[in-house]
Design a protein around this ligand. Structure first.
Ligand SMILES: Nc1nc2c(c(=O)[nH]1)N[C@H]1C(S)=C(S)[C@@H](COP(=O)(O)OP(=O)(O)OC[C@H]3O[C@@H](n4cnc5c(=O)[nH]c(N)nc54)[C@H](O)[C@@H]3O)O[C@H]1N2
Ligand SMILES: Nc1nc2c(c(=O)[nH]1)N[C@H]1C(S)=C(S)[C@@H](COP(=O)(O)OP(=O)(O)OC[C@H]3O[C@@H](n4cnc5c(=O)[nH]c(N)nc54)[C@H](O)[C@@H]3O)O[C@H]1N2
Ligand code: SF4
Ligand SMILES: [Mo]
Length: 697
């Protein structure tokens, strides 16, 4: 028996990229969340999801034994040996019949660094497949691509959140921070207390927009034009930082020419944002001694997301707001390990340390650490949506670890059907998610509080989650799963189950790469409240890098690159048949596909189900009343949910949260049109029509 004086275990929330610090106090009935005020990012504050996270540890709601599909088609309890045998046979069978690329692996940005690393290695070494990608492709891939293009390196925020209050003006583009990272609102409050101004750009007046000095409500999918219009005004009004442009950038003449084609009057027409508001935004942004632009999923989840983020970066560069304190561009990454999960090799084109799979030197280095022939490493594979779309045709068997695409993928009914058409599907999860329900084998895995591992938060700060309690019997860790499968596939060695051992290998694999973790140890993280990468292993311990680009950008010549970009319409614009724009996103009390949070009573009470937010003018035209069911129909499908009538949204746009399966599933409607560079689907814009639905849907 534990004594009641056991100290709380310092750890981090299982959900979003803020990775709030929390203490877990072990007690008779499991663990209780206690404040961890010393952790600087959230100083003890938590949102309701973090506070209630232990509810998902309860065996009442989670998987506690492997499940195997019986000849009669039912998922039935089985032992671990049988379940792992079935998975390795299923994966190996597809490989034997159709070649290694007939086996797919799908990961997640919620997985720890250790798991993401091991999963990428498992795909390339144990399976020999190129077909691995992950749900981060649905998240911040466009910002990552734009970061690489402009700065030569992708770390979501090149500065700590604590720098925000020191900026004179912050533009939040398509981020509903007050609902998606509530404890971070503190930084915006402090910004305003310091006399700084906040501009929020969102087609809806959100809880975040409520706090803004200026709220611009553009038509969804027009952020690229908006940013270009602001840059045009910056030039026209003589607000350029010529000195910065000359000293620290390249490519300005071409970017300038592209921006000058976007007349403010044209931009007003495209975006629906009145010209005086555009002028005011430029004044606030340029009057401040240092300004920031922070983007989130609003402008990024578009079929032109990379160019859109590029346009916002151009605005920062032209005004000298980059590479100096309290100024710059940053992306607010989303998932718990959305940053680290995109660095260590579960992405289709990537090796650990944010290395490129196509770079011969990177292949040689990582193959050396893995003890394999570099020529044996496969090349880049398909992106997430393209991989899911190829299921059942070119990809015959799939291992899913850390995503629930039946709810979260665009054009979800089609993806559900692709998953059903597989010869073999294995899902490792903590709960019986909608995707796990389709599997041939379900493997029950341990969760955050039951295992140790590192995550990298949205600031690039590498953190340690610590095990605070024992998992229920019958549950194994993802690292155990990969170890067991690799052994069955002939790789007895190379897949350790101890997270620290995996991390030490990751450090070596990342050494010398852009995301260099080699100087970071579990001990250092614990002692320092996290360590910012890059942190090479140097003779005198490297301090880590809270702020990037202060002296030079990570390009070959050290200069940030302007990229000339021009506006283009969404992949699907409204027309006579589908006259309304649909956009999608989140609510405070549910997380992602809802697999975890829909199992928490308190959260379900706060956010019980899907809804369609629409303007009273539109509601009247369609003939729906508050709370009555409205059908939303797109070229991909139909969804029905109660109307939530509000003047907080543009009259030409409806909004649906995507957290629920079934009749109200927003992703039955969304358009999988992909950004050509980042392969990000256009979750934030598609054309729909509305119909008042009969009460039974
Ligand atoms: N409560 C909660 N918090 C979360 C999550 C969650 O599921 N629930 N998920 C986490 C993850 S993985 C992520 S990625 C982040 C996402 O965090 P956010 O990006 O803040 O969340 P979203 O609600 O997807 O989108 C933000 C806003 O974009 C607006 N928007 C829609 N279309 C457009 C557009 O065309 N242009 C602009 N400028 N804005 C637009 C929406 O109205 C919405 O208010 O949240 C993280 N935190
Ligand atoms: N329409 C619309 N769709 C969207 C978005 C949007 O804005 N609009 N946003 C997109 C974005 S930004 C994201 S990030 C995706 C997210 O969507 P998903 O990829 O579906 O994310 P989650 O719901 O977090 O799914 C994670 C799954 O893994 C399980 N899990 C959690 N931790 C672990 C672990 O450690 N190991 C294993 N094996 N399993 C674990 C969870 O129980 C859950 O079933 O959705 C995307 N879909
Ligand atoms: S803001 Fe994010 S990390 Fe913090 S408690 Fe909420 S879900 Fe967890
Ligand atoms: Mo995300």
């Amino acid at each position: 028996m534990r004594t009641e004086t056991a100290a709380p275990v310092d750890t981090h929330c299982p959900y979003c990229s803020l990775q709030c610090g929390m203490g877990l106090q072990p007690g008779a009935g499991g663990v209780e969340v206690v404040e961890r005020t010393a952790f600087p990012v959230n100083r003890g504050a938590l949102c309701g999801k973090g506070r209630t996270a232990p509810a998902v540890l309860s065996s009442r709601v989670r998987l506690t034994e492997p499940l195997v599909r019986s000849p009669a088609g039912e998922l039935e309890p089985a032992g671990w040996e049988e379940a792992l045998d079935r998975v390795s046979t299923g994966l190996a069978g597809a490989r034997a019949g159709h070649g290694p690329d007939a086996v797919g692996v799908f990961g997640g940005g919620g997985l720890t660094n250790e798991k993401a690393y091991a999963l990428g290695k498992f795909a390339r070494v144990a399976l020999g497949t190129s077909q691995i990608d992950y749900n981060g492709r649905f998240c911040m891939a466009s910002a990552a691509a734009a970061h690489q293009r402009a700065f030569g390196l992708d770390r979501g925020l090149p500065f700590p959140l604590a720098d925000i209050p020191g900026a004179g003006c912050v533009i939040l583009v398509g981020s509903n921070l007050a609902e998606t990272m509530p404890p971070a609102v503190r930084y915006l409050t402090e910004l305003k207390e310091n006399g700084g101004t906040l501009i929020v750009i969102d087609p809806r007046r959100t809880r975040t927009a409520d706090q803004a000095d200026l709220h611009l409500a553009p038509r969804p999918g027009t952020d690229l034009a908006l940013a270009l219009g602001l840059l045009h005004l910056v030039v026209a009004e003589g607000r350029l930082d010529e000195e910065f442009i000359a000293a620290r950038t390249s490519g300005w003449p071409e970017a300038r020419a592209a921006a000058m084609a976007h007349w403010p009057e044209l931009v007003e027409r495209i975006t629906g944002v009145p010209l005086p508001q555009l002028r005011r935004a430029v004044a606030l942004f340029c009057d401040a001694p240092a300004s920031m632009v922070l983007t989130a999923r609003g402008p990024e989840q578009q079929s032109k997301g990379t160019d859109t983020v590029g346009a916002w970066i151009n605005l920062c560069l032209a005004t000298g707001n980059a590479g100096r304190p309290h100024a710059g561009y940053g992306c607010l990454t989303g998932q718990g390990n959305g940053q680290g999960g995109r660095e260590h090799g579960q992405k289709a084109d990537q090796l650990p340390g944010y290395r490129k799979l196509t770079d011969p030197a990177a292949r040689a280095h990582v193959a050396g650490v893995w003890g394999v022939d570099p020529d044996a490493l496969p090349g880049p594979g398909r992106s997430a949506y393209e991989l899911l779309d190829a299921l059942g045709t070119e990809v015959k068997a799939l291992l899913m670890m850390g995503s629930n695409p039946v709810v979260s993928a665009p054009r979800a009914a089609h993806i559900e059907e692709r998953l059903r058409s597989l010869d073999f599907l294995a899902v490792a999860d903590v709960v019986l998610s909608e995707t796990a329900q389709l599997a041939d084998v379900v493997l029950p895995v341990t969760q955050w509080a039951e295992e140790t591992g590192t995550t990298t938060n949205l600031e690039g700060r590498v953190l340690l989650r610590r095990r605070a309690l024992d998992p229920p019997p019958g549950v194994r860790s993802d690292l155990d799963v990969l170890h067991g499968l690799a052994a069955r596939l002939g790789r007895e060695k190379g897949f350790p189950t101890d997270p620290e051992e995996v991390f030490d290998e990751l450090r070596r694999a990342s050494a010398g790469g852009p995301a260099d973790y080699s100087g970071i140890t579990y001990g250092r993280i614990a002692a320092e409240d996290g360590v910012f990468w890059p942190c090479p292993d140097t003779a005198r311990p490297h301090p880590g890098t809270p702020r990037l680009f202060l002296d030079r950008f990570a390009t070959d010549d050290g200069r940030a690159r302007f990229v000339p970009v021009t506006h283009r319409p969404a992949a699907e614009e409204p027309d006579a048949d589908y006259p309304v724009l649909l956009t999608t996103g989140r609510v405070l009390a549910q997380y992602q596909s809802g697999a975890q949070t829909r199992r928490v009573d308190e959260l379900n009470t706060a956010a019980p189900g899907p809804f369609v937010q629409l303007h009273p003018q539109l509601a009247e035209r369609v003939g729906v009343a508050e709370g009555s069911p409205v059908a939303v129909v797109s070229r991909r499908g139909r969804a029905v949910a109660p109307a939530r009538i509000s003047t907080d949204i543009r009259p030409d746009t409806v909004f649906m949260p995507f957290h629920w399966p079934g009749a109200g599933r927003a992703n039955s409607l969304t358009n999988p049109a992909l950004d050509p560079t980042s392969r990000m689907p256009e979750f934030k814009v598609c054309a729909v029509r509305l119909e008042a639905a009969p009460a039974d849907g």
